[in-house]
Design a protein around this ligand. Structure first.
Ligand code: SF4
Length: 361
């Protein structure tokens, strides 16, 4: 017989009543995967019908030289150390992006490490150059931790940094750098970068300025289920007060090549439960993304039946996750994504960055 707590959670979900922290923790600890998946699928169908979204984008990582050196990161390196430090000049960035622009992309996706010497103007110039040359291609760039860092190195406020980037052509922001919104854990994982309130403050300010953003959660390291649920609730609260998150992207921690390589990679069950529980907890965020680069294509495909309605992009280049041992290929074609979504019984739907539908297949 179904336990009482599960029955009460099911009733809440089906009547549109918001789940509380205790409900989310219960789902993680005692809920069975298929029941949670079924409930999440119902919610996904209410939100976006049978559409599964993807976009065609080009990822650009400007540098891997980073002052932060987070313990979970396999991408950031010291300026003069191992790991192949690199820094692209604005001209190299532009040349790289211009090549991709000829391949039908609708988005430049630019994120980076926190370089010790480059001034804020360097980042502004990159955005300006792309915006001037390709005004029709949306620029999604810089996580909240980068924005916070730009504010520190430039002496400008967060609002001034975001306004300058918007003026230069920034269209929206990605959701990275959230990791887990708990300062006790952040002090162990990434003590040198924006803390929880600072990360949230950047997104709040972006939303107030009309800049849409995404949000993420890095899970499967030193956090508990309670920490995950509290993280989701902090995002949900911000979305209530200053809406602007378009999608939530749960990212499993990939331990390989990091200082935390002793931790075991999350299981497929944990990945799928996290996708489904996030769909159920985050009732005010429209889209849950199964980021195939981190999940791997097989789990990402199954995630479409567990509440995810977006599979991200046909990423052309990606260095950050692959530095951490993501075993996925670095890009897949549009045909491959379309086939994968169709095989799951959903409608492959190409979108732009802000979820306008461009085509269905
Ligand atoms: S996660 Fe980002 S801030 Fe941290 S070391 Fe890696 S690149 Fe730098």
């Amino acid at each position: 017989m179904e336990p009482m707590m599960m029955r009460s959670i099911t009733e809440k979900i089906r009547s549109g009543i918001r789940l509380e922290a205790a409900d989310g923790i219960y789902l993680y600890e005692a809920g069975d995967l298929l029941t949670i998946g079924e409930l999440a699928r119902e919610k996904k169908l209410q939100k976006s019908g049978r559409h599964v979204f993807f976009n065609v984008n080009c990822h650009i990582n400007l540098t891997n030289i980073c002052v932060s050196r987070c313990n979970f990161c396999a991408f950031g390196v010291d300026k003069e150390g191992e790991g192949g430090p690199y820094l692209m000049t604005p001209e190299q960035v532009f040349e790289y992006g211009a090549k991709a622009a000829g391949h039908g992309i609708t988005e430049f996706h630019i994120v980076s490490a926190m370089h010790p010497d480059m001034p804020f103007d360097y980042y502004l110039e990159v955005i300006k150059k792309f915006n001037q040359a390709f005004p029709d291609i949306h620029i999604q760039a810089f996580t909240a931790v980068e924005i916070f860092y730009f504010s520190q190195i430039s002496g400008l406020s967060i609002r001034e940094v975001l306004s300058a980037l918007k003026e230069a052509g920034l269209g929206s922001m990605p959701g990275g750098g959230a990791e887990i919104l708990n300062d006790k854990l952040r002090r162990q994982l990434c003590p040198k970068k924006a803390m929880s309130d600072e990360w949230l403050e950047v997104h709040k300010t972006a939303h107030e300025l009309g800049i849409k953003t995404n949000c993420t959660m890095l899970f499967g390291h030193i956090e508990s289920y309670k920490d995950r649920i509290e993280h989701m609730i902090r995002l949900r609260d911000l979305q209530d007060s200053a809406p602007g998150f378009q999608s939530f992207i749960p990212l499993p921690f990939l331990p390989e090549n990091t200082k935390m390589a002793n931790i075991k990679r999350t299981s497929a069950v944990d990945d799928l439960k996290t996708i489904a529980i996030s769909r159920l907890m985050l009732d005010n965020i429209d889209h849950i993304k199964a980021f195939w680069i981190m999940l791997g294509l097989p789990v990402a495909q199954i995630a479409l039946d567990f509440g995810a309605d977006d599979i991200d992009g046909t990423v052309i280049e990606e260095r950050i996750m692959h530095a951490a041992g993501a075993e996925t290929q670095k890009g897949i074609t549009k045909d491959e994504i379309v086939a994968l979504i169709k095989e799951s019984g959903y409608i492959p739907t190409e979108r732009d960055t802000i979820y306008n539908i461009l085509a269905t297949f």
